[in-house]
Design a protein around this ligand. Sequence first.
Ligand SMILES: Cc1cc2nc3c(=O)[nH]c(=O)nc-3n(C[C@H](O)[C@H](O)[C@H](O)COP(=O)(O)OP(=O)(O)OC[C@H]3O[C@@H](n4cnc5c(N)ncnc54)[C@H](O)[C@@H]3O)c2cc1C
Length: 416
Amino acid sequence: MRYSGFRVIKEALTGHKGWTPAWRDPEPQSAYDIVIIGGGGHGLATAYYLAKKYGEKKIAVLEKGWIGGGNVGRNTTIIRSNYLLDGNEPFYEMSLKLWEGLEQDFNYNAMISQRGILNLIHTDAQRDAFTRRGNAMILNGADAVMLSTDQIKAEYPFLNVNDARFPIKGGLAQRRGGTVRHDAVAWGYARGADSRGVDIIQNCEVTGFRIEQGACVGVETSRGFIGAKKVGAAVAGSSGRLMAKAGMRLPIESHVLQAFVSEGLKPLLPGVITFGAGHFYCSQSDKGGLVFGGDIDGYNSYAQRGNLPVVEDVCEGGMAILPAIGRARLLRMWGGIMDMSMDGSPIIDKTHIDGLYFNGGWCYGGFKATPASGLCFAHLLATDTPHEVATAYRFDRFQRGYMIDEKGMGAQPNLH
Ligand SMILES: Cc1cc2nc3c(=O)[nH]c(=O)nc-3n(C[C@H](O)[C@H](O)[C@H](O)COP(=O)(O)OP(=O)(O)OC[C@H]3O[C@@H](n4cnc5c(N)ncnc54)[C@H](O)[C@@H]3O)c2cc1C
């Protein structure tokens, strides 16, 4: 069924009896050509592009819970492509371009809103760094513009520009950045994949890999063995635990990241802002809630909940630039498990086991990467070669010393 304005009117006039389920609930088959583990944004996008772009036929996505229950439905919904390094910027810019056409592509309203993102500047050194980053973005075909303090005052009148501990000295804006309704991305990709024959199997946990003579021939699951010619893992924060079942120790640690939503407020923030003297990022949802977050909790964990010291730290960051939020009440908060890699950049690669492929290490920036990650992982699975914008995202970069250390923090996963 195609969704359209005409369809909404027709259904409204006929008692909404014609809507069909957005995806099926199939029983697992005994074997598939390609099995994707993880029904998050990346796994579902991979299955979608495998079926749509690469014409693959027998595909299953195995999800241990329900689709959208992981980070894809837990993030702060920000999309952007404001990266500095060559290994990253072409990939994230391709992702942003895919976001721009995504709703038409998968025929689903994901509420993509290019309301812009503004990185605030508080020191001269930071202005130099952001100018350099803006130039790198433009060289890679992205958009970037430096804003003066007066321009920021005019666009964001509620920010504390001058009378602040960290006065705002300007900002780097990417007008094409913005927000997307996160769980609608999972639903849109799921519906698009299902309509092309992909089996999306929920409540199906992968508990092991069947490896024979160095090749992966399928997966053990809570619903029995499922054979596969190729297996792709895209389980984000559970990467370490899952790949350990194939005997692999990854250059990845899992950490908790929290997100917060305030009560609904009148319009306060037209776009996404990031604080430059601490870790705080914030946008305002269409319902008026401020959606914000900051640092990870800083200890290794597989729990989907965080602790109070980070709540305090994040709120202090917010108060430093937006004192008005001190009067707002917090409505909801939650946590997600982040797959933090050693250099802060992801991995999309084959493993040393034939037929077993890996996608992970997204740290806390993988939502914006969803379309490009899905496309590049599908390309790798279908062709056995890396996509041209993902050639740097390989396991052996850690061995060869070719880090993609966007933040310059070294092998400190909790700092990326
Ligand atoms: C609070 C928070 C805020 C964030 N904010 C942003 C942001 O603003 N912008 C941005 O770009 N990124 C953001 N991120 C990061 C982003 O959400 C993640 O990097 C990205 O969603 C990870 O990919 P995914 O969607 O595939 O993960 P997930 O949705 O977590 O998918 C992985 C799936 O694998 C399943 N799984 C795990 N183990 C197994 C198994 N053994 N068998 C079967 N299934 C299994 C899980 O149940 C899960 O559904 C944020 C994350 C969090 C938690």
